[in-house]
Design a protein around this ligand. Structure first.
Ligand code: FAD
Ligand code: SF4
Length: 514
């Protein structure tokens, strides 16, 4: 029998250095990785996102070659690069006479279906393998909530804690509580110094030039000789180590806080390393737990550790499960029938709203904003202003270094825009200026007045908040978690309500220039 010659495809977010594939025989196995226009062009990306993915892919390919594997790598500007995954595969199979094709299961629905189709059209047999990254099966969340209307994250999270024996002592949650969310809501008060953001100085100038020279449309800033994101496993591990030493001790306390003095506060900024799979979620969770059990030095409190573990063991896996339970279709949901265009300042940060300016400016500069900025500033504003979820989605998918549809869309369309009508969130994440003032220092120097609801310089979040509640009453009034807000609205004097709606109308008319 003739020997098999196998071609294996690795996608840009499948950089799992510890995958079992790489411990197997190297004989007659060739890997391929490709920088293709189909991936640079399906949405307009931040330049750092494209450069980051390509740099990390190139490092990964280099590491495989060093281990003795053969890799055929298509650079974006290689003349033989057909710019489509299928055409490149067909070309390789033809030229190199491969007899078998193997790939790792993609996390995005779009690519999953595409690869299924490609596999069925190739002239050789094909097989798909697990990426060995996630802690759940694709359909685990769906099965867990089978027949239920709501997919409660807290129930899923407890299931995961028990299943993986994480922060469980004698069958009970460590410290006595499942969730320390109540201790995770402090405003940053300067009580502990802010650590400077750990950044790398990678030189990606050749990649940035290539992207530009090939006419790929991107946006945002980049310092190509000082690219700050980790692009290989060594750097990813170094960022993880720094997080555990300097940020984790205060992560939980200031998790929901925002300050003009820091663009990442105590957050880990590990999402890029995790989503490209350079790090495995357990590699991040285990050392964090280790910090709470330290015998020497100062152990870190459970409320810090649990707050962090919840994000990865809970939210991250839960979002993926919701994605696979509701795709296709989720990407079209628009519960409130919102239609407004995304205001121009989402692309420029040119707005007098200080909180929005800060969140957008740092997103353009670093391709990063932390969770509360994404949820309670830019997301909250888009929801209150009634922006079409398609436009909101495209922005979040393009701008963040960590944005891949399986995690982006459930966070954006579901959690932040409530466009799924409540599959992810039990109520819309909306707030007036009150929340932003409580959790940040943005309002102090703002052109608008956080305490003013109507009139000159009144904060747009305030009138938009009440206007949102009023116009969506039919869809929200029966939600018991919204009852208090509607009671407050109903108790307001008629004239005050009229003024608020009038103010919102005025602001809506000049949405692009707020
Ligand atoms: P940390 O605060 O340090 O948290 C640690 C890790 O927990 C993160 O790296 C991430 O892997 C995980 N995590 C935390 N919250 C979530 C969450 N809600 N869903 C999934 N994982 C979570 N995250 C993405 O990875 N990609 C996205 O495209 C993305 N888009 C978002 C869009 C919106 C509108 C919102 C509200 C959130 C989005 N998130 C997304 C979730 C979250 O904001 C980011 O994971 C986080 O800000 C990344 O920064 P970090 O690594 O410093 O996180
Ligand atoms: Fe944002 Fe309003 Fe506060 Fe200004 S006053 S920072 S617009 S919440």
């Amino acid at each position: 029998m003739a020997t098999q010659k196998t071609l294996r495809l690795i996608l840009g977010d499948q950089l799992n250095y510890r995958h079992s594939w790489f411990n197997q025989s190297r004989k007659n196995i060739v890997y391929t990785m490709m920088e293709v226009r189909q991936e640079t062009d399906y949405v307009k990306h931040h330049i750092q996102k494209v450069a980051g993915f390509f740099a990390a892919m190139r490092s990964f390919s280099g590491a495989l070659s060093e281990k003795g594997h053969r890799v055929i790598y298509f650079h974006l500007d290689d003349p033989e690069n057909e710019q489509s995954i299928e055409e490149n595969l067909q070309q390789l199979i033809r030229k190199e006479k491969f007899t078998r094709f193997e790939y790792l299961l993609p996390d995005e629905y779009r690519l999953d279906r595409q690869l299924e189709k490609i596999a069925s059209r190739l002239p050789v047999p094909a097989a798909a393998f697990d990426t060995e990254h996630f802690l759940t099966e694709r359909d685990e969340v769906r099965k867990l909530f089978d027949g239920k209307k709501r997919y409660l994250m807290e129930s899923f999270y407890r299931h995961m804690r028990k299943k993986h024996d994480i922060l469980i002592e004698d069958g009970k949650p460590a410290g006595g509580k499942w969730n320390y969310d109540q201790s995770n809501r402090n405003r940053y008060d300067g009580a502990v110094p802010l650590p400077a953001a750990k950044v790398f100085k990678n030189d990606v100038s050749d990649i940035a030039e290539m992207i530009d020279a090939n006419g790929v449309k991107t946006f945002g800033d980049i310092e190509p000789k000082r690219f700050i994101w980790p692009v290989n496993r060594r750097q990813a591990l170094s960022q993880l180590g720094e997080f555990n030493r300097k940020r984790l001790p205060h992560f939980g306390t200031y998790q929901d806080s925002m300050t003009e003095d820091s663009w990442s506060i105590f957050h880990s900024r590990l999402s890029f390393a995790l989503n490209t799979k350079m790090l495995h979620p357990m590699e991040v969770i285990r050392p964090a737990i280790g910090q709470s059990q330290k015998k020497t030095g100062q152990a870190i409190g459970i409320e810090q550790i649990e707050g962090f573990v919840r994000q990865i063991l809970g939210w991250r896996e839960y979002m993926r499960g919701i994605y696979w339970a509701h795709m296709p279709g989720y990407e079209t949901l628009n519960h409130f029938d919102h239609r407004a265009a995304l205001p121009d300042y989402y692309w420029t940060a040119d707005t007098r709203m200080n909180c929005m300016r800060a969140a957008i400016a740092q997103s353009l500069k670093h391709a990063y904003a932390h969770h509360i900025q994404r949820l309670m500033v830019t997301g909250n504003f888009a929801l209150l202003a009634g922006v079409h979820p398609d436009e909101v989605d495209a922005w979040y998918l393009g701008i963040y270094i960590d944005a891949i549809q399986w995690v982006e869309i459930v966070n954006t369309r579901g959690m932040s825009q409530f466009a799924d009508g409540g599959i992810v969130a039990t109520k819309p994440y909306i707030s007036s200026a009150n929340y932003i003032r409580k959790m940040s220092d943005h309002c102090d120097g703002c052109w608008y007045a956080a305490g003013k609801n109507t009139g000159d310089r009144s904060c747009p979040f305030n009138s938009f908040y009440w206007d949102f509640l009023n116009r969506n009453r039919r869809k929200l009034a029966n939600n018991f978690r919204m009852a208090m807000m509607y009671r407050t609205w109903d108790r307001m004097k008629e004239d005050k309500r009229r003024q608020l709606l009038k103010q919102a109308k005025q602001y809506r008319a000049k949405l692009n220039s707020l």
